[in-house]
Design a binder for this molecule. Structure first.
Ligand code: SF4
Length: 344
């Protein structure tokens, strides 16, 4: 049966109209779905019994509890969800002083094949629905104290554009969770048509995974460069008015001897000239059988200082959850599926 959770207001309107329910019930249902703690249609107490029955005969409420949670020594948690058909997704929850950030997955696996990523090795299994994306925020223990969301888990969000946009609409709409778009960041490797649509249809922050300013090097690290180049991505960004509130950042994983030289600093300064942005440097978490190694922390600091001297705001992202494989680029459920670890 189809789920109500994850439907937009216009989809709910269609549902109530089809079931012959009064139009005001649409808002009531949205409120139950996104502004309450209930988890069943039966608990929608201001709907008549007849209407609740009509809904229950055609739809489930649609929340899925997590299967397992692991906690890192630094407080980061990794949640596992079973979305059916032997498919699993992981969600990271990263506590900070005044923030609780949830890092959601948008796909089961990924088809983008980035050389440095564990999810890439799993291949692509499925797109998540808006409901499955939002369930990762709604069904974890920290709900409803989550302050920020980042779409940086498994998958490429803009390769699942419609469902991601629907989830963003529900997160930010008054009838939904009414979260400020400033609290949400969508990270992409730069799928150009999806990027344009995301910029036009949402007000959320953008993070672009760059990892090197040089075309040939990027083609090697990220096959997407062959189809949508960084040059094209930057053209889109330079041509878009981000206003005062909306932020663009570039993610840059530091690989020892690959992308951490003074030539990279100079080229970054050249291609980002005139772009109001920041760069987040990320320490590489080694993955098995990969020739790539992380840059030493001293090199990362020098790289950061050199970029800051060039006028590009650059920070080093603190590494979180490494011991439970929840850190950036480490999410993968491939082994789990292979071993059928369903005993929890
Ligand atoms: S880094 Fe992101 S886009 Fe690239 S393979 Fe991994 S999940 Fe996919």
């Amino acid at each position: 049966m189809d789920a109500l959770f994850g439907k937009t207001l216009s989809e709910l309107k269609e549902i109530t109209a089809t079931l012959g329910m009064p139009s005001f019930t649409t808002q009531q249902i949205a409120k139950w779905l996104y502004q309450s703690n209930i988890s069943s249609i039966d608990q929608m107490s201001n709907l008549s019994k007849k209407h609740r029955e009509a809904l229950s005969q055609n739809y489930t409420f649609g929340l899925t509890p997590f299967m397992k949670v692991q906690e890192s020594v630094d407080g980061t948690k990794k949640y596992l969800f079973n979305i059916g058909n032997q498919r699993f997704i992981e969600t990271a929850m990263i506590p900070d002083q005044d923030r609780q950030t949830v890092c959601v997955s948008s796909q089961v696996g990924c088809k983008m094949g980035c050389l440095f990523c564990m999810t890439a090795r799993q291949g692509f299994q499925a797109n998540l629905t808006a409901g499955q994306i939002l369930n990762q925020f709604r069904s974890i223990a920290e709900w409803p104290n989550i302050t920020n969301l980042v779409y940086m888990g498994m998958g490429e969000p803009l390769d699942n554009l419609n469902e991601v946009l629907k989830s963003l609409e529900i997160l930010t709409a008054d009838w939904g969770y009414a979260l400020s778009p400033k609290r949400i960041t969508v990270s992409t490797i730069g799928i150009v048509p999806g990027l344009k649509a995301f910029l036009e249809k949402s007000n959320c922050h953008l993070a672009v995974s760059m990892h090197t300013p040089f075309d040939a090097e990027r083609r090697n690290l990220m096959p997407v460069e062959q189809v949508y180049s960084l040059k094209q991505v930057l053209e889109v960004i330079k041509g878009f008015d981000f206003g005062l509130q909306r932020r663009v950042s570039f993610e840059y994983i530091m690989f020892d001897g690959v992308n951490d030289t003074p030539a990279h600093v100079n080229e970054l300064a050249r291609i980002l000239n005139g772009v109001k942005c920041r760069i987040n440097l990320i320490r590489f978490h080694p993955i098995p059988d990969s020739p790539l190694k992380g840059s030493p922390i001293t090199v990362i600091q020098q790289f950061k200082d050199a970029l800051n001297r060039k006028g590009i705001t650059t920070t080093v992202r603190a590494s979180r959850g490494e011991d439970i494989f929840a850190a950036c680029g480490l999410l993968s459920t491939k082994e789990l599926v292979k071993r059928q670890e369903l005993d929890y």
